[in-house]
Every structure is written in structure tokens, then in C-alpha cells.
Design a protein around this ligand. Structure first.
Ligand code: OOG
Ligand code: NI
Length: 458
């Protein structure tokens, strides 16, 4: 390729996702073990479930499956968030959705940086769950001031990364040589640092306020804290984890097991304590963990409302945070309440609970122009001229995210903040609006309908 031709942001994201995975595998060997387990499980599922294999073939997901992963970072200041937004933009990633984690006792709000068009997602579905610490929720004013000063002193981007972000913005992209250098420079922001910027006593003070505050404030940068592969059967992986020396959290977050998966199911395992050199002493910190996820169909506002209602009903009846002791009962309650959610794609579609993608079939294309060609979407589907496939959920779930945070911060970290959503403030820090994920699903669904109509009737 000519060195001056611009590289597509989607290709830069694909390269960055691969580089991030290589770095994390080197730093956290358990991640490599988990990747192998997920790959083995996915191969087995595809071999034994030809209908699922066909569906993933049709939507293209089968070709992105083994490169599919999400990561997460936690930032300390508005300025860091604004710059990370520009960094991700170079890779074609936009901030999608707003998540308030305060009701679960985690003093952050978050968004997910990801590609927004189905074709871009096909090239690389890499996502990063990005949280901003809310210093205003630290009640101890002295500690808050200390945290502000510590964060003001650090610079989480390399000069090279900042220069290439500016260059990409000015020139509308990067050439191949600069894109490679950008990936190398950008990776530095996410790297683990075995040395802290504070003393052991300062770390303890921050940590006593909230483990998460120490994780953000005491370090040079926002180390990537997990990288999550996508499995086609999370229960199989969860069951096989102990055999590989990995102990998963007690419950799988998200909906219960179903024939037709919806939204997102996730489970994680706690990382080990890692040695840290504080400025005056040796100590340790645990931040990095492992997680797996299984993705299902995206839900419409109506479907999402039903999901939220059933989840809340099950949790209310449990009367406590799901944990080791009540895990079996929680699973039972979830299965019971979710009987009210149709487990069948035809019904979900007819009732407007989920988003779908529509594909013209060979039979439909062969009948094009003939008098026998049906004229409406439903009739075309019934005649087998259009295939309907679930549109995969690309985002996150706040209650699940809270459960993942909690399990990795340790139960002692459960603090109480009153629900405190502040999307406007988050967007002000970000420097732009967040994208409405429901609009994106609606647009992808509509584009697939338009393409079918064009191909069959146009
Ligand atoms: C992010 C936790 C949320 C998920 O998959 O829901 C998350 C964090 O711990 O920083 O990654
Ligand atoms: Ni995650």
C-alpha cells in the first residue's frame, strides 16, 4: 500500500484490538487460558448446532467471532475523557449509551466506545467500556483535594499519541505508516504500571474510601482491567473454568439461559493481587480480572422495559445482592420470572420486543419480477423470500456492569451513593453527545429492510 493513502479507521481499530489482545495475553497469562477455552467451546457449539452456525453465517458474525472482545478502563478527569474520545475517534469508535453506576455503589458514570455501523462492526466489533470517576462523590474533602492534585499531575497519553490524534483530525485520517505508529503510541495509555504514584499510606487512604478510587488515582494511567472474549455458550465455559484453575463469580449476570438468547450474559473471575512499588514501600493491588460474555438479540424499548421489569422482580424477591449463598435460588427466580418473556424469535418479532435483520433469499431473488412475488414484508417472509435473523446486542447492561464491578472490587467495597445520573455533565466532560444505541439498532434494521425491498421489488 502507498504510504500516503489513508487507512480506514476500521482497519486501525482492528489492528489496535489485536495489539491490545497481544499485550494483555503477555501481561495476564490467565487471559490466554480463557481465550483457548472460549475458542474450544465455540468450535464445539458450531459443530453441534448447525442452525446457529447458519444464522451466524447469514449475519456475518461467524467471521468476527474469534476477534470479538471488549475491554474496560476507568478515567480520573474530564480532560482525560475528552482526549480518549478523540483517540477512539481515530479508530472509528464513538461513545454509545450512558450508564450510571451510582445506584450500585460505584462512584462512576460510563459510556461504551464502539463502531456504530453494521459494516464497520463486521470489520472489528472492538468495544471499550469507559468510566469516569466522580470525584464530587468523595465525601472526605481533604482526600478529594488530594485525588484532584494527584490526577492533575499525571499525563496518560504519550506526546506521540497526542500529535497523531491532532494530525488525524487535521488531515481526516492517517496513512499506513502513521496508523501503525498510532497503534503503538495509543497502546501505552492502556498498559499496566507496576509502580504507583503515591505512598503506601496514601494508597490505603484512597482505598479505604473506595477500592475503585485507589485504582484510578494511585496510578500513572488507566490500565486496561479486562479483555472479554465472546462465547456462544457461557454456561459451558462457566462450568469448564474450574478445571482450568479459574474460579468464576457465583452468578452469571444478565438474563437466564434461553433457547433464543437476548441482550448479554456475562461472568468474570477475580484477578490475583499484583505486586506494586509505592513511592516509599512495596505492596499490592488487585485490579485486573477476566470476563466472558455471550451476546443475544438487541431489544426494542418495549422488550427492554419487559427485561428490566422481570430482572427487578427476581432481584426484589431475592431480597439481596446475588452471591455464593443465594446463587441457586437466584437462578430459579430468574427462570421463573422470565417465563413471561417469549423464548421464540417469531413471537419476539411479532410483539415488537427485539430487533432483526432481513436478508433476501435465493428463492426470493429467483422470483424477482414474477407475478407470484408477494408484495409485503410479512408475506415475503412467509413465502421464504426473506430470511429473518436476530440483530446482535452490541452494548452493555448497567445492572450487570455493577455486578462485575462489585465482584472484582470485593464485597467490602459496597458503598451507598444515591442514584445520581448526570448525563449532561458526562457529555460536557466528553465534549460531545453520546449516541443513542436504540436509534442505531433501528437504523440497522431499517437498512436491511430497505435492501431487501430494493433487491426483490425495486
Ligand atoms: C467495568 C465493568 C463493566 C461490563 O462488561 O459490564 C464491564 C470495569 O470494571 O471497569 O466491563
Ligand atoms: Ni466487561
Amino acid at each position: 500500500m502507498h504510504a500516503t493513502a489513508p487507512v480506514s479507521p476500521d482497519e486501525i481499530r482492528k489492528g489496535f484490538s489485536r495489539a491490545m489482545s497481544d499485550m494483555y495475553r503477555e501481561e495476564v497469562p490467565l487471559y490466554g487460558a480463557l481465550m483457548e477455552l472460549v475458542a474450544e467451546t465455540n468450535t464445539r457449539v458450531l459443530d453441534t448446532q448447525p442452525l446457529l452456525a447458519q444464522q451466524l453465517q447469514r449475519t456475518g458474525e461467524i467471521r468476527r467471532l474469534d476477534m470479538e472482545r471488549h475491554g474496560a478502563i476507568r478515567l480520573g478527569t474530564a480532560a482525560e475523557l475528552a482526549t480518549i474520545c478523540r483517540l477512539f475517534a481515530v479508530m472509528g469508535m464513538q461513545p454509545v449509551g450512558y450508564y450510571d453506576l451510582t445506584p450500585a455503589g460505584v462512584p462512576v458514570h460510563s459510556t461504551a466506545f464502539r463502531a456504530v455501523h453494521e459494516q464497520a462492526l463486521q470489520t472489528s466489533p472492538f468495544r471499550v467500556f469507559t468510566s469516569l470517576l466522580r470525584l464530587e462523590l468523595i465525601e472526605n474533602l481533604e482526600l478529594r483535594a488530594f485525588a484532584e492534585t494527584a490526577l492533575a499531575k499525571r499525563s496518560i497519553f504519550t506526546p506521540g499519541a497526542l500529535a497523531l490524534i491532532e494530525q488525524a483530525e487535521k488531515d481526516g485520517g492517517l496513512n499506513a505508516v502513521d496508523a501503525d505508529e498510532f497503534v503503538r503510541q495509543a497502546l501505552e495509555t492502556f498498559r499496566w504500571h507496576p509502580s504507583a504514584t503515591v505512598t503506601g499510606a496514601q494508597y490505603r487512604k484512597l482505598s479505604d474510601q473506595h477500592r475503585l478510587i485507589a485504582d484510578v488515582v494511585a496510578f500513572k494511567g488507566p490500565h486496561i482491567n479486562h479483555l472479554t472474549p465472546r462465547t456462544l455458550d457461557i454456561d459451558q465455559v462457566q462450568a469448564a473454568m474450574p478445571g482450568k484453575g479459574i474460579t468464576p463469580k457465583a452468578v452469571i449476570e444478565g438474563p437466564p439461559r434461553r433457547h433464543c438468547p437476548i441482550l448479554l450474559r456475562q461472568t468474570s473471575f477475580k484477578a490475583l493481587d499484583e505486586a506494586i512499588a509505592f513511592t516509599d514501600a512495596q505492596g499490592s493491588h488487585s485490579a485486573r480480572f477476566g470476563e466472558i460474555e455471550q451476546r443475544g438479540v438487541a431489544l426494542t424499548p418495549k422488550g427492554r422495559a419487559l427485561y428490566d421489569r422481570l430482572l427487578n422482580a427476581a432481584r426484589d424477591e431475592l431480597g439481596a445482592f446475588p452471591n455464593e449463598g443465594n446463587a441457586a435460588r437466584y437462578t430459579q427466580l430468574m427462570e421463573h420470572h422470565f417465563q413471561a418473556f417469549p423464548d421464540n424469535h417469531a413471537q419476539m418479532r411479532e410483539q415488537g420486543l427485539a430487533y432483526y435483520r432481513y436478508f433476501a433469499t435465493e428463492r426470493g431473488l429467483a422470483a424477482r419480477g414474477s407475478a407470484a412475488q408477494p408484495r409485503t414484508l410479512d408475506a415475503l417472509i412467509a413465502a421464504g423470500h426473506i430470511d429473518v435473523e436476530p440483530l446482535v446486542y452490541e452494548d452493555f447492561l448497567p445492572v450487570s456492569a455493577a455486578g462485575i464491578f462489585q465482584s472484582n472490587l470485593g464485597d467490602a467495597a459496597q458503598s451507598h451513593y444515591t442514584a445520581n445520573a448526570n448525563r449532561a455533565e458526562f457529555e460536557q466532560a466528553l465534549g460531545r453527545r453520546t449516541v443513542d444505541e436504540l436509534k442505531l439498532y433501528g437504523q440497522t434494521q431499517q437498512r436491511s429492510i430497505d435492501e431487501c425491498i430494493q433487491a426483490l421489488l425495486g
